[in-house]
Design a protein around this ligand. Structure first.
Ligand SMILES: Cc1ncc(COP(=O)(O)O)c(C=O)c1O
Length: 402
């Protein structure tokens, strides 16, 4: 054997800004599991590991595609019937100025491709705080510094417009909106969308509107699409199969680009360069997109009914346990309760796992206003599991912060 000349392989410094809050918690949970305890997981946003299943007619469509030999690469922007179905969905969402649609490996790849195609070194883009960590991870990869704007807890977690105004610089190229929101469950009002669109017009910004939870509305109202409110503004709307259609493992998402053709054309060409360079999204799974968007939607009724009950249980506990309060989520399956405690929210979360075997994620893992403390609950587990977890949480709060 030759003597190795290798030195330790150090990862790129740009990864220092990639946050992954769950990683540190996993080792704490592993310790608890090794002691023979079961951990109640209220930390993972994957419906399929709870009592939700992919609708069978979607699975059939994928099987059929595989049997029909759709196992090669797909066209880089997606198969024509999926693209046309997504255009139909855009029309139902009230988006009238669609310029382009493409299919990606999850909405995640759409985010990556669309931000990569826009930003140059020195540019910045406004992202919500708290945020879904994918955005900061992609920006870190691109070497783009974070320019977070706050969501206002006192205003039902709506974007804080004055903060957005303050943070726009000559190098700001866009703004990310997550609607319905992860991690707060808030839904943007029409008035807020209009005001953000106005800022985009004033400052020549592209709006990235992540609407991956748009069918998971818990109070019977509709999610208003930014692109429908602002047909003239360059908007990229993200959607996908992971949440609304209970197929996160299929890794299928999409982007709908809308606005004024003359303005967006060069950007669309850039996006397609990248789409071609990575060949295609999963092929056979794409045959489920048309069936999902145009076929029976019954699963959504059951899904939202369960989520509503689970949200209500979550609120009952989070607004009665001492040192805790929570804005009621109106969409998706996340709640982001506020903690009135003196220790860090990360310590709170780790101790909760160790002492009560309940796993949630600390608010600092998503970003939060300095001095505030939160944690994120995923209320996908069944009612019995949630109740057990919240009873344990109540005991923990009593014992630790009496
Ligand atoms: C706001 C938001 N956007 C995008 C994604 C990723 O979606 P996909 O599974 O389609 O990549 C998630 C996943 O949790 C999310 O919460």
């Amino acid at each position: 054997m030759p003597i190795t000349q290798f030195r330790e392989i150090i990862p790129a410094t740009r990864l220092e800004n990639v946050r992954y809050a769950i990683r540190d918690l996993a080792s704490v949970a592993d310790r608890v599991i090794a002691q023979g305890h079961k951990v109640l997981c209220l930390n993972v946003g994957d419906p399929n590991i709870f009592d939700f299943q992919t609708p069978p007619h979607l699975i059939e469509a994928v099987y059929k595609a595989m049997r029909d030999g759709k196992n090669g690469y797909a066209p880089s922007a997606g198969i024509p019937e999926a693209i046309s179905a997504i255009r139909g969905e855009a029309a139902r969402k009230g988006i009238s100025s669609v310029l382009d649609v493409f299919v990606t490996s999850g909405a995640s790849e759409s985010v990556d491709i669309c931000l990569t195609s826009l930003l140059n070194p020195g540019d910045n883009i406004l992202t919500p705080c708290p945020d879904y960590p994918l955005y900061s991870a992609v920006l870190a990869k691109l070497g783009i510094g974070l320019n977070p704007y706050y969501l206002n807890e006192d205003d039902g977690w709506q974007p804080e417009l004055d903060d957005i105004k303050r943070k726009i610089t000559p190098r700001t190229r866009g703004i990310v909106l997550i609607n319905p929101n992860n991690p707060t469950g808030s839904v943007c009002s029409r008035a807020m969308l209009e005001q953000i669109a106005e800022l985009a017009r004033e400052h020549n910004l592209v709006i990235f509107s992540d609407e991956i939870y748009d069918k998971l509305m818990l109070d019977g109202d509709e999610c208003i699409s930014m692109a429908a409110v602002a047909p003239d503004v360059p908007v990229v709307t993200f959607g996908g199969m992971s949440k609304n259609f209970l197929a996160p493992g299929w890794r299928l998402g999409w982007s709908i680009l809308s606005g004024d053709a003359a303005i967006i054309k060069p950007y669309i060409e850039g996006v397609h360069k990248l789409l071609r360079s990575r060949l295609s999204a999963n092929h056979p799974e794409q045959y489920a997109i048309k069936v999902a968007l145009e076929g029976p939607q019954e699963h959504l009724v059951e899904f939202c009914n369960k989520l509503r009950r689970r949200r209500d249980i979550t609120m009952k506990y989070c607004n009665s346990i001492p040192h805790m309060s929570c804005v009621s989520p109106r969409g998706a399956f996340y709640a982001f309760p506020k903690l009135d405690i003196s220790e860090e929210d990360e310590t709170f979360v780790k101790e909760l796992i160790l002492q009560k075997h309940v796993m949630v994620v600390h608010g600092s893992g998503f970003g939060e206003k300095p001095g505030t403390k939160h944690f994120r609950i995923v209320f996908l587990p069944d009612e019995q599991t949630l109740t057990r977890a919240y009873e344990a949480l109540g005991e923990f709060m009593q014992e630790r912060y009496r």
